[in-house]
Design a binder for this molecule. Sequence first.
Ligand code: GAP
Length: 539
Amino acid sequence: MPATSLDQIVALAKRRGFIFPSSEIYGGLQGVYDYGPLGVELKNNIIADWWRTNVYERDDMEGLDAAILMNRLVWKYSGHEETFNDPLVDCRTCKMRWRADHIHGVCPNCGSRDLTEPRPFNMMFRTQIGPVADSGSFAYLRPETAQGIFVNFANVLTTTARKLPFGIAQVGKAFRNEINPRNFLFRVREFEQMEIEYFVMPGTDEEWHQRWLADRLAWWEQIGIPRSRITVYDVPTTELAHYSKRTFDLMYEYPNIGVQEIEGIANRTDYDLGSHSKDQEQLNLTARVNHNEDSIARLTYYDQASGRHIVPYVIEPSAGVGRCMLAVMCEGYAEERTKALPVEKLAAASEALQAFLKSVGRSEKLSSEARDAILARGEALSQELAERLPEVEQLLAMPGADQIELGKKLRGQVQPLIDEHYRTVLRLKPRLAPIKVAVFPLKRNHEQIVATAKAVRRQLQAGGQMRTVYDDTGAIGKLYRRQDEIGTPFCITVDFDTIGQGKDPALAGTVTVRDRDTMAQERVPIAELEVYLREKVMA
Ligand code: GAP
């Protein structure tokens, strides 16, 4: 079962070093996060998989890495200066500011309905260029990577001699001054986009739009989000962005946040190339664009068949890396029992839970909302305690639960049981896993075992494809659990048999390989390890 609460992912991300709040030691910066040692590996693997599928495994794609800072005229003609706005309202009671379409007329902070009329708030960040701060010396941090592709269309076309249809892919940072950043990585002010602008003959755009929809759904499935978990939202005309003729939003059901966009696939028509072109009146544009007096280029394509210069239409699949990472973590997350619980210990835990709930019911320290919420969750848990024992931790983290003395007793009863009988596992596709293989010595102070384990680590890491780590900081069971939790698909243990000092001399030169998902263990000769693992870690 995927994560049932975003809190599970937030806690794991922090505990194991996937994500940290930006500038945390100074109180953080709202809507901005840093990717820690495991987060950067997962993020890089997602990007590499996207690039491999969309650039290397196709014949019709080029790559690009345009600068974040661009001439501000780009944002004038793209339409962003005029239309990249969110509706802002102020609460007159508590003075908080909100995005009008997120709050249904009620201030989430104080409950007041006394709000100002919505007014447009432009989401682009400004920065100063050069030493003199005057009205003309600013630039924007790009709010989408797409424009870097459009303004380089002619450069790419002339240097690669591509024929339509073809696409340009780019991955890079984008910045939006979101009014209320929230939900962890889901809505942030600085994020990365993976974008494709795919240029086609006008008239073939609708067919290509459908083809990209199918290709992109296949990619999401490939990285571990089943087709059944994604809904395709055909965005109604009234909600379309200013450049779009039609957009399909791919929606994933995140815990707590609900069904939300992870990728948009838009038909941008000839709007962008047309907007950035000179001589627009000669181009037979179908999109309504602002008259361009500044561009020095015609962004057209010479169609040999018709002998005409045309402005291609554009299909744009655009996905956020952070939202993708959040989805794969939610989807792969599971808390599961690894062995049966002793009956008497389960009975004792159940008793402690009932005593705790009784105490909650009687408590006068709790608000009625807090009491009802704890009781509802606790009673649901008690129905299937053996399956859901680890959720007791979340129960005890609910507002008000720390005021109940019997909570400590309940924790004391269940924690050892959770540690021994359950595991948290992140069932990431191996190709996305931050670490592919972990190598453990059975005894951390045995010279030959340690040396062999370190040599195995070095050997597997040498090719550069398998991120392999060495760990000797606990007993083997604990080390397995640590790797399960971060999604490592394979753990290798070097033991006395490996070095020819075990019971079975036939096992000399072999190690135990343990599979994250099945927990099955297999003996594999060290000499064959690389071949044994190579394909499996890229599955
Ligand atoms: N070039 C088209 C474009 O930028 P968008 O729907 O505004 O379209 C594309 O953004 C994707 O970028 C979204 O589907 C989402 O995955 C990601 N994204 C947009 N705003 C975001 C934010 N504030 N925080 C995190 N990801 C965001």
